[in-house]
Ligand binder design. Structure first.
Ligand SMILES: [Zn+2]
Ligand SMILES: [Zn+2]
Length: 217
């Protein structure tokens, strides 16, 4: 079957309004779910409405607000969950963090079926995503890039308007974050950037809004 146009859908979910992204081929309907942070029923309803066939669940990093609906979606579609190995310790604290910060119990931590490796290519039916390591906010943060549609999903690396990922956690590293941001800013300016919270932006817009941050550090 020929591949069709690749579309994406961004659904802000949960109390932290984390962006869950669904990227899918309009012809084969095969797709991928990135960062199902909460509201599994809502995500599943959207997938059903659009007749999407999810093939895997990917996490940009291990923070609880990006992974709380993984288990329910894994069970609903019997598909694998992948995350970078370096974020396993953070992933393991999902339940405790959700209880502490949100006062809710999301159930047990999801178990990855495989790991996202930097510079690897993931085949999602008729399209692929490149895994780009962007450590800093967390050690195992990754950006997922589709050259076919010129879209990159960056998790909590950077935000529209020039905000950057928090680095006040003990496992964070601001120097690495800056290096990771610079790596992304070297990509073609027209690429649409989808952060883990808030609206989408572009490389060109980020380059302008991050000039001070990158310039002074
Ligand atoms: Zn985060
Ligand atoms: Zn987040």
């Amino acid at each position: 079957m020929l591949s069709g146009q690749i579309s994406s859908l961004t659904l802000p979910v949960g109390q932290m309004s984390a962006n869950c992204h669904i990227l899918y081929d309009e012809r084969s309907h095969e797709g991928v779910i990135i960062d199902p942070g909460d509201d599994a029923d809502f995500i599943i309803r959207k997938i059903t409405d659009l007749e999407i066939k999810p093939l895997s669940i990917l996490a940009t990093h291990g923070h609880f607000d990006h992974v709380m609906a993984v288990n329910e979606i894994k069970i609903a579609y019997k598909i694998p969950f992948l995350i970078h190995q370096s974020d396993l310790p953070i992933l393991r604290s999902m339940r405790e963090s959700a209880k502490y910060f949100l006062g809710i119990d999301p159930g047990p931590t999801p178990i990855p079926d495989d790991y996202l490796k930097n510079n690897s290519k993931l085949d999602i039916g008729h399209f692929s995503l490149k895994v780009i390591g962007v450590p800093g906010h967390t050690p195992g943060s990754v950006a997922l890039y589709s050259s076919k549609v010129a879209k990159i999903f960056v998790g909590d690396l950077v935000f529209a308007g020039g905000g950057v990922g928090r680095t006040d956690h003990k496992y964070s590293d601001e120097k690495k974050l800056i290096k990771s941001i610079k790596k992304i800013l070297r990509m073609p300016e027209g690429i649409e950037v989808y952060p883990g919270h808030g609206r989408e932006t572009t490389i060109a817009e980020l380059a302008i809004s991050l000039t001070d941050y990158i310039g002074t550090t």
